[in-house]
Design a binder for this molecule. Sequence first.
Ligand code: SAM
Length: 325
Amino acid sequence: MKLIDDYNRVIDYVRISVTDRCNLRCRYCVDGDFPFIPHTEVLSYEEIIRFVRICASLGVRKVRLTGGEPLTRKDLPHLLKEIGAIEGITDISLTTNGVLLADHLEELKEAGLKRINISLDTLRKDRFAWITCIDAFDRVIDGIKKATYAGLNPIKINTVIIKDFNDDEILDFVRIARKWDHEIRFIEFMPFGDMSLWKSTEIITSREIEEIIRREFELLPSLRPGKGPAKVFDIVGGSGRIGFISPVSSHICAECNRIRLTSRGMIRPCLFSDVEYDVKALMRSGKSDEEVKEFIRGVVKVKPERKLEMGAIRKCQRSLRNIGG
Ligand code: SAM
């Protein structure tokens, strides 16, 4: 059985925010006074596992755990292992800021983690402390190194380029991709939450970043392109890859194969629409798996065809910390 929306897209990927809590305070991600959701409102591991089991019976194959910062939630390796054991789930991955990665790496590997995405917006310690409001640069670098030595593969580094903050580091990131044999994924700065840093006229598009890179490096379509929305290139004459994720400047909606589950237990069919559906209420009201399944099918049916044009994008109400980036 497959989950298919009204535009014939097959949904086989669920991104789950396991917590809204985070140990960083990235200026472009935190919203306002940063209130946390009370623990009782956050989905329990049992509820997340049940949701994934039901999704797997509907054809979902791929799960990513994110947040907030997923490694701030207790016993995350346990959740990872349980999800990995669900029949039908063939791919489980994690997006982390890397601060606690070195401490948990061994347990994560034992739990079955094979690949990882780590967010890092700057290679400069002082800038890292400014953008995240926390002095944890060395810990993140340590986490990346340990993940590399532990053989996680691929390691993808997510980098949001922000005008006048880190746009002078684009080539340094490419050099790091070559040196460490990692994939650097440049993500366009998106309009979420309360972000005085975001101005539609000032975002640096993937195309602009690509042009800057091509002045110095030759890029060829990657031999390991991956399945997601990223446009991935190999760097000629070296190892490592460069990916571009362009949610703002282009339409990657036709290839969208995912839904999101927020830490509050809401299904969010489209990242760029604040419309969410409360599956937690359903699960907590004693509905059967069959009823939850019907609900998920219905939510997928109303997944929007495409996001708004760049000029028309409103800021989304929630930050990615709440939605699950
Ligand atoms: N804490 C984890 C981490 O840092 O990877 C997972 C959650 S975080 C919200 C996931 C990703 O979303 C990070 O790479 C972060 O840079 C990105 N992100 C947050 N707000 C963003 C925005 N407004 N535009 C683009 N990316 C954003």
